[in-house]
Structure formats: structure tokens, C-alpha cells
Design a protein around this ligand. Structure first.
Ligand code: URA
Length: 202
């Protein structure tokens, strides 16, 4: 099962945990096979659940801007999430507003085989985790992003850079948002430099 299109098709019918029942659809990863970097976020948000594509909402716009400023081409990254269905609770009139809920360890565990399959199919040179959920999914529950963000770590013999989630920039206190964006951008720059070093291009 190494072809991305085939994986996407199979993941569309995934019922490995209960999240499929309330979500609109599976949101599989997106990007070219052979991308040098694989970026893993937490789970699709409201917009992504509707569009069926990862990082197309407000957090995606922050990510796009950070990648651009870091000099990393969006076309050379494969973007995905460790959990591929939107977990939410309903609020507001007639329950129309869907509020993000952090996925549980059981959802991460059930979904991880898809990420492993994506890794095998894409064959990136480096991984970037966006936020604590993705970092803990790959590096273990005792991993502390505050202690290790911006370092080149390793997962399954691949270099891994753990950085903050783009939505943390949006949710952060107004007077810290610029600094948080710069941290995200600097970590993506580090990821880009590491890939260039690996391929001898820089
Ligand atoms: N947040 C994520 O972690 N992933 C998305 O695709 C969108 C928002």
C-alpha cells in the first residue's frame, strides 16, 4: 500500500475510531510524493472537514505565510495530520457551531497507521510536527514542546523538527503573536536548512 492515491481512497472509508461518525469526511494528507518535508498537524479543523483538504482554513493561512517567509516552497512539502477526522462538540443555536476538541490518545493511536503509510509513500527527508499533539504522537507522551521546539530531533531515523501549531499563533495573546509567528518561521527555516544540508544543496 504505497501509492498515495490508493491510500487516500482507503482512508476515506476508515472506521478505526468513532470520529468518522460525526465528521464530514476523512481529511487525508496533501502534497507530492517525493516531497522533501512532511508536516504533520493535529487534526482537520472545521474548514478542512468541509473542504476535505488539510490546512486550508485560518491556521493554514498562517502556515502558508510562515513557509513562504522561511523560504520553503509549499509545493515541496506534504502536509497532513496525525488524526484525519475532525473532533468537535456542538454549541450555539441548534448546535450549529462546531468547536474543536483535542483528539484523545485513542484517536491518535487508531489513526497512526495512516501517517506511517504516508511516510512510506512520500519518503520525506525530514518531518515537522506542528503542535504538541503531533509531537507527542511521534515522540511519546512525555515530550515537552516548550523544552525542545526548534531542535533537530529524530523519528524512525529521520530528522524531525518539532514546532508550535500555526493556530497557537492565532490564539496567542495579541502582544505575543508576532514573536510566536517568528518562532514558527524560524523552525521551518531550520527544517529547510537541514534538508538542504542533507541533500548537499546548501
Ligand atoms: N489544524 C490542524 O492541525 N490541521 C489542519 O488541517 C487544520 C488545522
Amino acid at each position: 500500500m504505497s501509492d498515495l492515491a490508493e491510500l487516500r481512497r482507503k482512508a476515506a472509508g476508515c472506521t478505526a475510531c468513532e470520529l468518522y461518525a460525526d465528521a464530514t469526511q476523512t481529511v487525508f494528507g496533501s502534497g507530492p510524493p517525493g516531497a522533501s518535508m512532511l508536516l504533520a498537524g493535529e487534526q482537520p479543523g472545521d474548514r478542512e472537514d468541509i473542504a476535505g483538504e488539510p490546512f486550508v482554513g485560518p491556521a493554514g493561512r498562517v502556515l502558508d505565510r510562515a513557509l513562504e517567509q522561511a523560504g520553503v516552497a509549499r509545493t515541496d512539502v506534504y502536509v497532513t495530520n496525525v488524526v484525519k477526522h475532525f473532533r468537535f462538540r456542538r454549541e450555539g443555536r441548534e448546535g450549529k457551531v462546531r468547536i474543536h476538541r483535542t483528539p484523545g490518545v485513542e484517536h491518535v493511536r487508531a489513526c497512526l497507521p495512516w501517517l506511517h503509510a504516508e511516510l512510506a509513500a512520500v519518503g520525506p527527508q525530514l518531518l515537522v510536527t506542528l503542535g504538541a499533539t503531533a509531537a507527542k504522537a511521534l515522540l511519546g507522551s512525555s515530550f515537552r514542546l516548550t523544552q525542545h521546539r526548534g531542535e533537530v530531533l529524530a523519528y524512525a531515523e529521520l530528522p524531525l523538527v518539532a514546532t508550535i501549531h500555526p493556530s497557537a499563533v492565532l490564539r496567542g495573546p495579541k502582544d505575543r503573536q508576532a514573536e510566536m509567528f517568528d518562532d514558527l518561521m524560524a523552525d521551518l527555516q531550520l527544517a529547510g536548512r537541514t534538508v538542504s544540508g542533507l541533500s548537499g544543496a546548501g
